[in-house]
Design a protein around this ligand. Structure first.
Ligand SMILES: Nc1ncnc2c1ncn2[C@@H]1O[C@H](COP(=O)(O)OP(=O)(O)OP(=O)(O)O)[C@@H](O)[C@H]1O
Ligand SMILES: Cc1cn([C@H]2C[C@H](O)[C@@H](COP(=O)(O)O)O2)c(=O)[nH]c1=O
Length: 212
């Protein structure tokens, strides 16, 4: 059944701690939406091929100061928005992002008032469209719990549970400011049931947007 009848840009973001299941749900949602006839792109700042992948290497291998990380990730964010997100949305595509600005609030700003002020100014300057909906996945880092010995893939994965609890609390503080019709929070325990709820939520938001 073709649920999507009209070309309409839709901006969806997935957030949550490392290894919570964002990429798995994004891939499942992408397949679902493409089967429904939607033109979908999955993207993230760090997957952007021209500069994103190189910057990710610096980001995940070196421990920079929070200010330095903030500046680095937002230079990339501005570029990625201009080159990838904005053209896709303007062409009526559905853009699914693996992390966006709420990751920066949770990982770099970490409740620092000066950095928060600077980040707000940077966001105004970049001037990005707001996302339509954000899925906040909570729960444990499934990748870490599956890892054998210390074979971690980057410095973020090697963080301990205190670090992830702090990031989780930072997300909690950030998402208090997001309206309930945009924020969908799920504990990713049972993959299949979360997947069904995500699909239903996207249909609901899409149809609401269609009738505005
Ligand atoms: N509900 C679940 N139960 C058990 N394992 C899961 C569940 N969801 C995802 N996984 C597994 O957890 C691992 C991490 O998932 P995934 O890569 O999707 O997380 P992620 O949030 O995108 O991680 P990162 O932020 O580090 O890129 C994968 O091996 C995936 O198969
Ligand atoms: C966008 C963004 C990301 N991060 C951190 C969070 C992750 O641990 C790493 C790599 O991300 P991925 O999900 O494995 O692609 O980057 C961050 O600290 N701040 C950000 O704004």
């Amino acid at each position: 059944m073709l649920l999507f009848k009209k070309v309409l840009g839709l901006f969806i973001v997935f957030e949550g701690i490392d290894g919570v299941g964002k990429t798995s749900h994004i891939n499942s949602l992408k397949d679902f939406l493409m089967n429904e006839g939607l033109d979908v792109i999955v993207t993230s700042e760090f997957s952007e091929p021209e500069i994103g992948k190189d910057l990710k290497q610096i980001f995940v291998q070196k421990k920079l100061a929070n200010l330095e990380e903030l500046l680095l990730v937002n230079a990339l964010r501005s570029w990625h928005y201009r080159k990838v997100i904005q053209p896709a949305l303007n062409n009526g595509k559905c853009v699914i992002m693996d992390r966006f600005i709420d990751s920066t609030w949770a990982y770099q700003i970490n409740e620092d008032k000066n950095l928060a002020e600077l980040f707000s100014i940077i966001l105004t300057e970049i001037g990005m469209q707001e996302y339509d909906m954000v899925f906040w996945l909570t729960g444990k880092n499934h990748r870490n719990s599956n890892l054998i010995s210390n074979n971690v893939s980057d410095r973020f994965d090697s963080n301990d549970s205190d670090f992830f609890e702090k990031v989780h609390r930072n997300y909690e503080a950030v998402f208090k400011n997001i309206p309930s019709e945009k924020l969908f929070k799920y504990e990713n325990i049972n993959f299949d049931s979360v997947q069904e709820m995500i699909r239903a939520d996207v249909l609901k938001v899409y149809n609401r947007k269609l009738h505005i």
